[in-house]
Ligand binder design. Structure first.
Ligand SMILES: Nc1nc2c(ncn2[C@@H]2O[C@H](COP(=O)(O)OP(=O)(O)O)[C@@H](O)[C@H]2O)c(=O)[nH]1
Ligand SMILES: [Mg+2]
Length: 327
């Protein structure tokens, strides 16, 4: 650190240390940079800060697009289902979001590189998922807003690292979730009377890069198979990622319903995604808020009906049904 820095520099540095958001931090760095005298002795320092600045600016920008409130943990819902990815540091959460979406969370070996959640969109089987990369859940302090964010998720994907004590990771992760009053939907019966938020959870075991780790994976699966259905993946080698999402679609119990305008074919690329056991009435409501009220009749092509059969508003729909609403 050069010693001939003016007092203004230290004032700006203090601002930087006190800043919380990337935008505030960026502003403080800009101020610091403007106070550093330009000469050979400060070249490296200025270059370091410029690099930091550009990173903070892009972080601030990507956050701005997705947040309405001040907290980074308030993320607007987008797509058909929200999946939060949680787990210990370095298990590959940010890598997964970076590999599958257009988002750019930082991927790094340093354990606490992710300190704000980052959302990204992924489309699988005509369903749009909002994947959210989150900071390590095993930190000592977890923001209450982080738990709020997890509670709004339709599914939680727990990431384990096969190369780093996965049993310990799963225990710690579930403990931390429980501390935030979040428990797996499949274990609801164990929490009789407790006020918890029950969310479907799925476990992906990452870093199964080659056969060496397959044996360890088999042992892990033996140990956990009664409780959990594990899905082995390698983000690095793009191994089994597709299967992971097919599993998720299945376990979220979602159905895709195609809307067909009268006298025209249905658009089979953009379904409305609803929960299993949804009715014609639910579908009408989803298409437009006053359609359910105006609805006179409906015809369905698909499962358990004759082609184009007329059905009532209580008719329960199946995945990939095509529906024509009549007002
Ligand atoms: N060998 C291996 N390394 C991976 C894999 N996925 C991620 N990593 C590495 O693990 C480290 C931590 O990844 P990161 O996504 O930042 O983990 P996070 O802390 O859970 O977000 C990085 O060095 C990644 O490159 C994988 O499938 N195999
Ligand atoms: Mg991360």
């Amino acid at each position: 650190m050069p010693t001939n820095l003016p007092p203004e520099y230290y004032e700006a540095e203090k601002k930087f240390k006190d800043a919380f958001s990337p935008a505030e931090k960026a502003e403080a760095i800009e101020e610091m940079l403007s106070t550093i005298p330009k000469h050979k002795g400060t070249d490296k320092l200025r270059a370091d800060y410029r690099r930091k600045l550009s990173k903070l600016k892009s972080e601030a920008k990507s956050q701005k697009k997705t947040t309405r409130h001040d907290s980074y943990f308030h993320i607007e819902k987008e797509g058909d289902a929200r999946i939060a990815i949680v787990g210990d540091a370095n298990t590959g959460k940010s890598s997964l979001v970076a590999a599958l979406t257009h988002a750019h969370p930082e991927v790094s070996d340093s354990p606490f590189s992710t300190w704000i959640p980052t959302p990204g969109l992924l489309e699988v089987d005509n369903i749009r998922f909002q994947l959210i990369d989150t900071p390590p859940i095993t930190r000592d302090y977890i923001e209450p807003e982080c738990y709020d964010l997890l509670r709004t998720s339709d599914m939680i994907l727990i990431m384990l690292d096969i190369q780093d004590y996965p049993i310990k990771q799963i225990e710690e992760t579930l403990d931390k979730l429980e501390a935030g009053k979040i428990a797996p939907f499949s274990k609801k019966h164990r929490y009789d009377g407790k006020s918890m938020k029950f969310i479907p959870m799925i476990i992906a075991v990452n870093k199964l890069d080659d056969a060496v780790f397959r044996e360890e994976y088999d042992v892990l699966e033996d140990l956990l198979s009664e409780e959990w259905n594990l899905i082995p993946i390698s983000v690095k080698h793009k191994f089994n990622l597709e299967n992971l999402f097919h599993e998720m679609v299945e376990r979220m119990h979602l159905i895709r319903i195609f809307s067909k305008p009268p006298h025209r074919p249905a658009d089979l690329t953009r379904p409305f995604v609803l929960k299993e056991n949804s009715t014609i009435d639910d579908f009408a409501n989803r298409v437009h808020h006053d359609f359910s009220e105006k609805l006179k009749s409906a015809r369905v092509w698909g499962t358990g009906v004759r082609d184009g059969q007329q059905v009532g508003r209580e008719h329960v729909l199946s995945d990939k049904d095509i529906v024509e609403l009549h007002m």
